[in-house]
Design a protein around this ligand. Structure first.
Ligand SMILES: NC(=O)c1ccc[n+]([C@@H]2O[C@H](COP(=O)([O-])OP(=O)(O)OC[C@H]3O[C@@H](n4cnc5c(N)ncnc54)[C@H](OP(=O)(O)O)[C@@H]3O)[C@@H](O)[C@H]2O)c1
Length: 230
């Protein structure tokens, strides 16, 4: 298949691109920073601001599916990256007759998600980090989900839990709406999206995905996600 990957230079987008190329797909890597993506056979790099309808329209023609790993940083201000890009991407897909869309959201978007056995996370980290510091980001993620749900595309909202970097794909778990776990390796997130793109088990619904086979080093996670990425 020929796949458009949005957020292609982000850490999940890189995994999506690498894994898709490795399994024989062609990839159109959509990014604002083309020089950050090395050229490889099967790869086309397209420059676009994902929130700009004309930019997006010009990049996705001729693709069979669209995968988005777009993201924004926490901010006190209103965030629109998720909803604006969803509007631009779904509009362009409808115009080009492309049906299959998989978009990264978050377990937080499921109001019932409370991972079992995670007392400190549920009562301290989640309220403080996700619901307070990440409030405006998750509000826009919910707007993005609403935009996508209103379309008649074959969409899947992909909801990982706390993301971390790991060197290999593990035996990840998926579930409808959200999965019962605190962490998701980006390798597993990408693998689950590519698998679901073809399998179509979670079409027009949300797919939670979690990693349980390995656990992140918490100090490294805080450094990578909270300090280094700012
Ligand atoms: N961190 C977590 O624990 C966690 C948990 C659940 C869900 N998520 C979600 O998972 C997704 C992937 O996260 P990640 O940490 O792997 O990636 P990320 O660091 O959030 O990367 C986001 C990517 O989106 C691109 N982007 C943002 N705005 C854009 C725009 N207007 N036009 C084009 N590209 C744009 C960025 O490109 P530039 O380099 O040009 O900015 C970057 O490549 C995000 O949506 C995140 O919110 C994260």
């Amino acid at each position: 298949m020929r796949i458009a990957v949005f957020g292609a230079n982000g850490p999940t987008g890189r995994q999506l691109t690498d894994q898709a190329l490795a399994t024989g797909h062609e990839v159109v890597a959509v990014t604002r920073r083309p020089r950050s993506i090395p050229a490889r056979p099967g790869l086309t790099v397209a420059v676009a601001d994902a929130t700009d309808p004309e930019d997006v329209d010009a990049t996705i023609g001729g693709t069979d599916a669209v995968l988005s790993a777009l993201g924004a940083r926490f901010s006190k201000e209103t965030i629109t990256t998720y909803s604006a890009s969803a509007t631009a991407i779904t509009g362009a897909m409808a115009r080009h007759g492309i049906k299959r869309l998989l978009t990264v959201s978050s377990s937080i978007a499921d109001p019932n998600w409370r991972p079992s056995g995670a007392h400190f996370f549920n009562h301290v980290l989640d309220p403080l980090v996700n619901r307070r510091l990440g409030r405006t980001l998750h509000e826009d993620m919910r707007r993005m989900e609403a935009v996508i749900r209103r379309t008649d595309l074959d969409w899947t909202l992909v909801r990982p839990s706390g993301l971390f970097d790991h060197s290999a794909v593990t035996t990840y778990h998926t579930a409808e709406d959200s999965a019962d776990g605190v962490f998701t390796a980006r390798t597993d997130l990408a693998a689950s999206m590519l698998h679901e793109m073809a399998e179509q088990r979670y079409v027009r619904t949300a797919m939670g995905v979690i990693t349980t086979a390995v656990k992140p080093n918490i100090a490294k996670l805080i450094w990578n996600e909270g300090v280094k990425k700012k």
